[in-house]
Ligand binder design. Structure first.
Ligand SMILES: [Zn+2]
Length: 453
C-alpha cells in the first residue's frame, strides 16, 4: 500500500491547515483552513498543488477557521468532493462560515481576484456535508479506485466541541491525524480520547512544542490566579477585558468565570458577551448530552450575560465595573477585542487579561507583551501609552508538549509527521521523539513537499 502526504498549508506554521493524503489511489484532504493573519488569495491553502491529483474526499477535524474556513473555496474548484465531519462540527460550521462572509468581504484587497462565497452557497455546502459521530466506523472509496476502501473513525480530540482526531485504515496500515488535540480537561470539554491501537503513521500538531510547560498551570490552578487578579481590578473600580476566540475559548472562559462566581471565589459582577459567540454557545448547549462533557447539567446560554454590542453604543459605554469577553482571541485589527483594547489602555484602573496563545505577528502578541506605564506601537506612525494593567494567563485548549509526547508514547508510531507549529516547536518535539523512540522516523511537513511511505 502506498501512502503519499502533501502539505498545502499548516507546515512549519499555524496557518491554513490543509493536507492532501493519497492512500492506494484514493485522494483525501484533511482539513481546509484559512490563514488567520493573511487576506485574500494569500490566506488560502496552495490548491494549485492538487490540480492534477486524484481528489475524492474531505475530512474536517474541527470548526476553527484555520481548519475549515477555506472549504467553500475548495468546493468551488472541486464541486464533486465528498465531505465528512462530526455532527457538532457541521453545526458549528454553519454558524461560523455564514459569520465570516462579511469579514472576508471587508478584508479582501480590491486588487485580489478572490471571489467570496454567498450565504446561499454556504447553505448548499452545509447540506452536502455528511456527518459521523465519534467512534462510528465508516468507509470512503475513490471515484477511480472503487474497490479500495479506506476505513475511517473519528475520536474525540478535546480542544473544542466536535473536534476529532481522524483514524484512517487501509491494507492493515493505520494513519492517525490529531487535528488540534488536548489530552487535558478544560472547564467544559474533557481531554482527548485516543485510539487504543498501534498507529503506523501519526500526523501530530505541535502548537505548544516550544512552550515550557512550567509556564502553564493546570486549568483549575490558573482559574484561581485569574479570580484573585479579577477581584483586585473590580474592587478598585476597574473593568477587565478578556480577548477570546468566539468558538471554544469563549464558552470555556465564560463557564470558568461563572463557576468561580458561584463558588464565591470571584466577585459577582456583570459579564458582557456578544456576536456569534452566543450562537455557538447554543450549539454547545444543544450537544451537551450527545458528546462527553464535564458538566452536562450546565447550559452556557443560561449564564447571565449582557449584550456587548449595546454596551458599546455611544452613551452606554460600560458604566459599571465588569468583565468583557470579546473576540478575536489574537486581537486582530478591527475586531471587538482590538477596538476595546484601544479604549482600555487609557483606563488606569482597568485591565486586559490575555488567556491563550498569541501568534508573534498579531496585535494580541504586542498587547500581551506590553506593560502598564510602557508604550505600545500598533502601527508604524504612533505609539500609545499603556495606563491599564496587563496580565497574561494560559488556559490551553491544545496539549502541552509533554502531552504531545504522551500521544506518541501511547500510539507508538513508526512514522511521525509534525504539523501545525512554529519551527521551534517542531524542532523541540522532533528532537524529543528521536531521543526517546529510536525506531520512529520523524518528518517535518513542508509546504509542497510530498512524503511517500
Ligand atoms: Zn483549533
Amino acid at each position: 500500500m502506498a501512502i503519499k502526504f502533501l502539505p498545502l498549508g499548516g507546515a512549519e506554521e499555524i496557518g491554513a491547515n490543509c493536507y492532501y493524503v493519497n492512500i492506494s489511489g484514493v485522494g483525501i484532504i484533511l482539513d481546509c483552513g484559512i490563514h488567520p493573519q493573511k487576506t485574500g488569495t494569500e490566506a488560502l491553502p496552495a490548491f494549485d498543488l492538487i490540480t492534477d491529483k486524484q481528489l475524492d474526499h474531505v475530512l474536517i477535524s474541527h470548526a476553527h477557521q484555520d481548519h475549515l474556513g477555506a472549504l467553500p473555496f475548495l468546493i468551488k474548484l472541486h464541486p464533486y468532493l465528498r465531505i465528512t465531519t462530526t455532527p457538532q462540527t457541521r453545526a458549528l460550521a454553519e454558524v461560523t462560515l455564514h459569520n465570516t462572509i462579511s469579514i472576508l468581504k471587508e478584508q479582501v484587497p480590491k486588487t485580489d481576484k478572490l471571489d467570496v462565497y454567498t450565504h446561499e452557497e454556504i447553505d448548499l455546502l452545509i447540506r452536502s456535508i455528511n456527518y459521523k459521530s465519534y467512534n462510528e466506523d465508516f468507509e470512503v472509496s475513490g471515484y477511480s479506485y472503487r474497490d479500495e476502501k479506506i476505513k475511517v473513525q473519528f475520536f474525540d480530540a478535546g480542544h473544542i466541541l466536535g473536534a476529532a482526531g481522524i483514524l484512517l485504515e487501509s491494507g492493515g496500515k493505520k494513519i492517525f491525524y490529531t487535528g488540534d488535540i488536548d489530552i487535558d480537561n478544560q472547564e467544559l470539554i474533557p481531554g482527548a480520547d485516543l485510539p487504543d491501537t498501534k498507529i503506523d503513521t501519526l500526523i501530530l500538531e505541535t502548537t505548544y512544542g516550544s512552550t515550557d510547560s512550567s509556564s502553564i498551570l493546570k486549568w483549575h490552578e490558573e482559574s484561581q490566579r485569574f479570580a484573585s487578579l479579577v477581584n483586585k481590578i473590580l474592587n478598585d473600580g476597574g473593568s477587565v477585558l478578556v480577548p477570546v476566540f468566539s468558538l471554544g475559548k469563549m464558552q470555556e472562559l465564560l463557564t470558568t468565570i461563572w463557576n468561580l462566581m458561584c463558588s464565591g471565589k470571584m466577585t459577582q459582577t456583570e459579564i458582557y458577551t456578544g456576536g456569534v459567540a452566543r450562537k455557538i454557545s447554543r450549539i454547545y448547549d444543544y450537544n451537551r448530552y450527545s458528546v462527553r462533557s464535564i458538566n452536562p447539567e450546565l447550559e452556557i446560554s443560561n449564564i447571565p450575560q449582557n449584550d456587548l454590542y449595546e454596551a458599546t453604543q455611544p452613551g452606554n459605554f460600560f458604566k459599571n465595573p465588569c468583565i468583557v469577553l470579546a473576540s478575536s482571541g489574537m486581537m486582530i485589527e478591527g475586531t471587538a477585542s482590538y477596538n476595546l483594547a484601544r479604549h482600555w489602555i487609557k483606563q488606569s484602573k482597568s485591565a486586559i487579561f490575555t488567556v491563550g496563545y498569541m501568534e508573534a505577528s498579531t496585535p494580541g502578541y504586542k498587547f500581551a507583551n506590553a506593560k502598564k506605564g510602557g508604550r505600545i506601537q500598533l502601527n508604524e506612525f504612533t505609539s500609545e501609552e499603556i495606563k491599564c494593567s496587563i496580565e497574561n494567563f494560559r488556559f490551553p485548549s491544545h496539549s502541552r508538549r509533554e502531552g504531545l509526547l504522551e500521544i506518541v508514547h501511547k500510539l507508538h508510531p513508526e512514522n511521525v509527521i509534525l504539523v501545525h507549529g512554529e519551527p521551534e516547536s517542531i524542532s523541540w518535539i522532533g528532537a524529543e521523539i528521536i531521543k526517546s523512540y529510536k525506531s520512529t522516523k520523524v518528518y517535518v511537513a513542508k509546504l509542497g513537499y510530498e512524503i511517500v511511505f
